[in-house]
Design a protein around this ligand. Sequence first.
Ligand SMILES: C[S@@+](CC[C@H](N)C(=O)[O-])C[C@H]1O[C@@H](n2cnc3c(N)ncnc32)[C@H](O)[C@@H]1O
Length: 369
Amino acid sequence: MLFKEDKNFNFKFPEPQYLGAKHTHLAWIQKFTPKNITTAIDAFSGSQSVAFLFKQMGFTTISNDFLNFNNQIGLALIENKDVKLTKEDLKILFQPAVNKTDFELIENTFTDVFFDKEEARFLDNFRANIPKLDNTLKQAIAFTVINRSMTRKITMGHFGHTQALVYARNQERIKRNRSLIRPIKEIFEEVLPKYNNAIFDNERVNRSFHKNILDLLPTLDNIDLAYFDPPYCDSHADYQGFYHLLETYTEYWKDKEFINGIKRYEPQRFSGFDKKRDVLSSFEKLFKLSEEIPNWLISYNNRSYPGIDEFEKLISKYRQVTVEAKTYSNGRGGKGSVAGSQEILFVCKPKKKHFVSLNHQKEFVNEGL
Ligand SMILES: C[S@@+](CC[C@H](N)C(=O)[O-])C[C@H]1O[C@@H](n2cnc3c(N)ncnc32)[C@H](O)[C@@H]1O
């Protein structure tokens, strides 16, 4: 078992650009992860960094994020055991698409917003070809890598601003990041091997989902560990505002409006964890639905709502909890936070049980419940 896990750790998680991604905290999170378990869920998986760690640790890994572009990474890296994108597949993806007229969404919506016309057309053409790959895992790799390439090309790695083309003409910025002026196709070809090389088999059946976690949990059972890394409410929680373009590209919406300068889709998916008015009741539901899962790890930030003490109180109704903290020193905290903010991990275990003698019978009683 140990030997197999060691082999899994030879595979390198391709570095993401995703607000709040935990790839730089994995060793720290691993320290608090129970080892003798079978099944773990990464419930708000984003870039899939923690799901990838769980897969490396040999767990049957369930991954979930309510955005489909994140799910595509989950299919490509977590669910996938051995399917890779080959040179032949690239020929299919780069060929002139025959059904081009059905695929003009990026050109029509994002020309002169994030891309010039030629790049927008390239993206539409590539998108038209993705369904021609005869395997959904290959399609997932194609989505994952083209989405990653778009993120690489756009200044700041997100789509919540309208400065992309201005910055792409700024010599100082180009000097710092040449990807601003490189063709997306070239970036794609450079990034692809990093993903192909990260695909491995941990000899478990792993799954990726894109559901609201509150809808998914009731459909699952026999989970030993849940990792929760929800949006940090009140602090860069609007993932659909930052990454709308990737979701639009993946879904290729036919039924949305594209609003304001950034052309974000509307209506958005409902999260329940990104707005103050919903978040407390969503956490209550989340914890209630997770009662049968013995171990929880919860990532948090000391600038989120509710505050640490209130949140700890909420968790304490269900679990015995210890609070671990890491202070950011380099000015680049998770979810856009800044130096001095703290990354928090709530390490939650089942409450201790006491024997109580009652009429000569012995019963288990949960402390505090
Ligand atoms: C802090 S990020 C997770 C980062 C991730 N741990 C990583 O390492 O990349 C929070 C994620 O929660 C997702 N999310 C928000 N509301 C959700 C919901 N109700 N159900 C499932 N996922 C949700 C967002 O799309 C976002 O990717």
